[in-house]
Ligand binder design. Structure first.
Ligand SMILES: [Fe+2]
Length: 162
């Protein structure tokens, strides 16, 4: 399918973001179940709630633009999730697996930060103020989730991995 203008390109990217969130809503409960540390379980649960809200917000924006929310499957996210599950399956020790889960979760967060950073920049150029506000709020939550995982890894999880 050819894309011929910037607004259409923006909507395709927004459809990709919707697919990213949809896949993460499915993946986070499995990451939660694979985690050993209670604090890590809580952090993953909190991000699941945020991710559900991101999915709702992106679907709402797509609806306002009359764009089909189910048109795309983001293949990069599919690979990130598949790698994370393969990796967690190789780590039998709970502390090692927790450190590995955080590494995978942060890789996913960084991908989301890239996706929303681009979307916010494009929404701004297109003069889509309502989209911009929602996208910046999501971007801040993704960054905060990433920062929390970094702190948590350094303080609690990684020192237990031997
Ligand atoms: Fe998200």
């Amino acid at each position: 399918m050819d894309i011929s203008d910037f607004r259409e390109m923006y909507l395709k990217e927004l459809q990709e973001a919707r697919s990213v969130e949809r896949q993460l809503v499915d993946a986070l409960p499995r990451m939660h179940d694979a985690a050993s540390d209670d604090g890590l379980k809580q952090a993953l649960k909190k991000h699941l709630d945020e991710t559900r809200s991101h999915l709702d917000q992106v679907e709402r924006l797509l609806g306002e633009h009359d764009a089909n929310p189910r048109e795309h499957q983001d293949q990069s996210m599919r690979s990130l999730v598949a790698e994370s599950e393969k990796w967690a399956g190789m780590l039998n020790d709970g502390a090692l697996r927790d450190a590995g889960l955080i590494a995978s979760a942060q890789r996913i967060e960084h991908y989301e930060i890239a996706v929303y950073g681009t979307l916010a920049c494009w929404a701004k150029q297109l003069g889509l103020d309502e989209d911009l506000e929602a996208l910046l709020a999501i971007l801040e939550q993704e960054k905060a989730a990433d920062d929390a995982l970094s702190e948590f890894a350094k303080r609690d999880v990684n020192p237990k991995a031997q």
